[in-house]
Design a protein around this ligand. Structure first.
Ligand code: NDP
Ligand code: BG6
Length: 504
C-alpha cells in the first residue's frame, strides 16, 4: 500500500551573477566536454553568470579560439536549441595551448588572465579548474603561484581539484601539501560529485530541519543504517584507471564515506561550511579503525564473474586476466561515540550489480513489547520502521510505518509513505556538476570535502586496502547481474540483520 504525500516543490531562488575568469586545465578532456561546459552553460542560462565572465581552455593541443568555441557549442547542444544564445555563451571562451610542465606557459597565461579580467570586468576573480590526470594536480597548483597566475588585486583565487585525491593517506597528504603550498584550505574545492546530488544535499535538512527525525537519530532508536551505491555498468573503457583503484578507492573512500559523514554528524551550530566540516570530521574520526582481524570480520570484497550474457571482469578489455582488483566492496562501520554506540552502518558499492541504485535505508528499532501480538486476533508481525532516502535514479523519501489493516478486527499492516520527486521537477533539478560549480562561484565549501575529511576517510580505508593487497581473494565471487557476493549477506546476518534492498 502506498500513500502519496503532497510535495513541497518551491520555486528556485534567483541571484546576482558572479564575475570571474575560469582557467580550465584539460579543456578538451572527456569530463570538460561531457559535464563541465554543460554545467557552466546552465549556470549562464539561469543567471549565475552573465556578461562578466571568460573561460580559458588549456591543454597541449593547438586550437584556435574558433575551433574551441565550436567544441563548446557542440558540448552544450543537448542543453539548448537557441543558436544565438549558444554562440553568445561560446564567445566568452578562449583557447591557450599549454603544457603543465612548461613554466613559460604559465607566465603567458597570467598575461591572458589579466587581459580578460580587464575586458570582462571580472574584478580579478579567478577559478582554476584542474581536470587533468591526478599526477598533474600538484604541479599546476605550484606553478600557478610561482609563475604569478594568481590574482593579486583582491579578487578571489579558487582551485578546483578533480578526483581521485590520492590513493592512500600518504599520497593524499603529499598531494595536499603540494596544494597548500600555493592555496589556502579555504581556496581549495575538492570535487566529489555525490555531494552535488539532490538527496545528499537534502540530508542535513531532513535531519536538522525536522525535530521529529533528529530526536530519534541515534542508537536508542536506529537499529542500523544501510548505504547502497550499486551500478549496473561494468568497468567500461576505464580499465587503466579502475584496475589500480577498485571499488574501495573509487566509491567507498570518497562518495560513500561522505554520505556516511552527513548521516552520522552531530548538529552544526549553523549551516556554514566551516561548522559543517567540523562536525563531519568529528564523525569520520570516530569510526573505529580495524586491525587485520577486524577487516576480515567487517569488510567484504568481490569481483564480478560472467553473467547476464556479459563477460567477467577479468575478460573485460584492458583488464589483466589474473586481476585481483575489487569491483565490489561492503563493510560494517562502527562509531566510537555516544550518538551511535553499537548501531552499525553497513555500506556497499559495486559494479555489474542487478540494478543502478543509490539509496540510504535507515532501519528503526521495533517496539520493546509488541502489545498487538497479545490481542484476540492473529495480527501480522510488526515490522521495523524504515526511512529510505533515494539518491538515484529516483529522488525521494519513503517511510514505512505500521498501522491497522482496515479489515474487521485488530490486524496490523505496514504502509509506505512516499514522496517521489515528480518527473517534471526532476527534469529541472540541477545536475551535480552544475550545483558544485554554482557553490564554487559563491565560495561555499559546504558540499566539498575538506582535507581533514579526506584524511580521516583514507585513514579508515587504508588498513582494508592493505589487507586486501596482501591476501589472495577467491575471485570471481559474484555473478554479473546479482547483488554481490554472498559474504556481504553473511556480514549482516551475523548481527541478525539483512539488506533491506532489494529483499523487502
Ligand atoms: P581526459 O584524458 O579525457 O583528458 C585529460 C586532459 O589532459 C586532456 O585535455 C589532455 O589534453 C590534457 N593533458 C594531458 N597531458 C597534459 C599536459 N602535459 N599538459 C596539459 N594538458 C595535458 O581525462 P578526463 O577528462 O576523463 O579526466 C580529467 C580528470 O577528471 C581526471 O582527474 C579524472 O580522474 C577526473 N574525472 C573524470 C571523469 C569522467 O567522467 N571523465 C569522472 C570523474 C572524475 P592534451 O592531450 O591536448 O594535452
Ligand atoms: C565515479 C566513479 O566517481 O562515480 C565511477 O569513478 C562510477 O566508477 C561513478 O561509475 C558513479 O557515479 P554515478 O553518479 O553514476 O552514480
Amino acid at each position: 500500500m502506498s500513500i502519496e504525500i503532497i510535495k513541497g516543490e518551491n520555486d528556485m531562488p534567483t541571484e546576482i551573477p558572479t564575475r570571474a575568469t575560469f582557467m580550465l586545465f584539460g579543456g578538451t578532456g572527456d569530463l570538460a566536454l561531457r559535464k563541465l561546459y554543460p554545467a557552466i552553460f546552465n549556470l549562464y542560462k539561469k543567471g549565475s553568470l552573465s556578461t562578466h565572465f571568460a573561460l580559458v581552455g588549456l591543454s597541449r593541443k593547438a586550437l584556435t579560439d574558433e575551433e574551441f568555441r565550436a567544441k563548446i557549442i557542440e558540448s552544450i547542444s543537448s542543453e539548448t536549441d537557441d543558436k544565438a544564445q549558444a554562440e553568445e555563451f561560446a564567445s566568452h571562451f578562449y583557447w591557450k595551448s599549454h603544457d603543465v610542465t612548461n613554466t613559460d606557459h604559465y607566465k603567458e597565461l597570467g598575461k591572458i588572465a589579466d587581459e580578460l579580467d580587464q575586458k570582462y570586468e571580472t574584478d580579478g576573480n579567478r577559478i582554476f579548474y584542474v581536470s587533468l590526470a591526478p599526477r598533474f594536480f600538484g604541479i599546476v597548483a605550484k606553478n600557478l603561484k610561482e609563475q604569478g597566475v594568481l590574482s593579486t588585486n583582491g579578487g578571489f583565487n579558487r582551485l578546483v581539484i578533480e578526483k581521485p585525491f590520492g590513493r592512500d593517506y600518504a599520497s593524499a597528504k603529499e598531494l595536499n601539501d603540494e596544494l597548500t603550498s600555493a592555496f589556502n584550505e579555504n581556496q581549495i574545492y575538492r570535487i566529489d560529485h555525490y555531494l552535488g546530488k539532490e538527496t545528499t544535499q537534502a540530508i542535513p535538512v531532513i535531519r536538522f530541519g525536522n525535530p521529529i527525525i533528529e530526536a530519534i537519530w541515534n542508537q536508542n532508536y536506529i537499529k542500523d543504517v544501510q548505504i547502497t551505491l550499486a551500478e549496473k555498468l561494468g568497468v567500461e573503457d576505464r580499465a587503466g584507471y579502475y584496475d589500480t583503484a577498485g571499488a574501495l578507492r573509487d566509491m567507498i573512500q570518497n562518495h560513500t564515506l561522505q554520505i556516511v559523514s552527513y548521516l552520522a554528524m552531530d548538529e552544526p551550530n549553523s549551516f556554514v561550511d566551516t561548522e559543517i566540516r567540523r562536525e563531519k570530521v568529528k564523525a569520520l574520526e570516530s569510526m573505529e579503525i580495524y586491525d587485520a582481524d577486524g577487516v576480515k570480520q567487517n569488510f567484504v570484497r568481490g569481483q564480478y564473474g560472467a553473467g547476464d550474457g556479459t563477460p567477467a571482469y577479468r575478460d573485460e578489455p584492458g583488464v589483466p586476466h589474473d586481476s585481483n582488483n575489487n569491483t565490489y566492496a561492503a563493510g560494517k562501520i562502527v562509531f566510537n561515540n555516544p550518538r551511535w554506540g553499537k548501531t552499525p552502518f553497513y555500506i556497499r558499492s559495486g559494479k555489474k550489480l542487478a540494478t543502478k541504485t543509490g539509496r540510504i535505508d535507515i532501519e528503526f528499532k521495533k517496539p520493546i513489547v509488541d502489545i498487538f501480538a497479545k490481542g484476540t486476533h492473529q495480527p501480522a508481525e510488526l515490522k521495523s520502521n524504515v526511512l529510505t532516502l533515494l539518491i538515484d535514479p529516483k529522488i525521494g523519501i519513503t517511510l514505512e510505518i505500521n498501522t491497522k489493516n482496515s479489515a474487521q478486527g485488530m490486524h496490523t499492516e505496514t504502509v509506505d509513505l512516499s514522496y517521489l520527486q515528480s518527473d517534471a521537477r526532476a527534469a529541472e533539478v540541477p545536475l551535480p556538476y552544475e550545483r558544485l560549480f554554482h557553490d564554487i562561484l559563491k565560495g561555499d565549501g559546504t558540499y566539498f570535502a575538506s582535507w581533514a575529511e579526506v584524511a580521516a576517510a583514507w585513514k579508515y580505508v587504508d588498513p582494508v586496502q592493505k589487507l586486501w593487497d596482501t591476501t589472495q581473494p577467491d575471485f570471481p565471487n559474484y555473478e554479473s547481474g546479482s547483488m554481490g557476493p554472498k559474504a556481504a549477506d553473511e556480514l549482516l546476518a551475523r548481527d541478525g540483520n539483512s539488506w533491506y534492498f532489494p529483499n523487502k
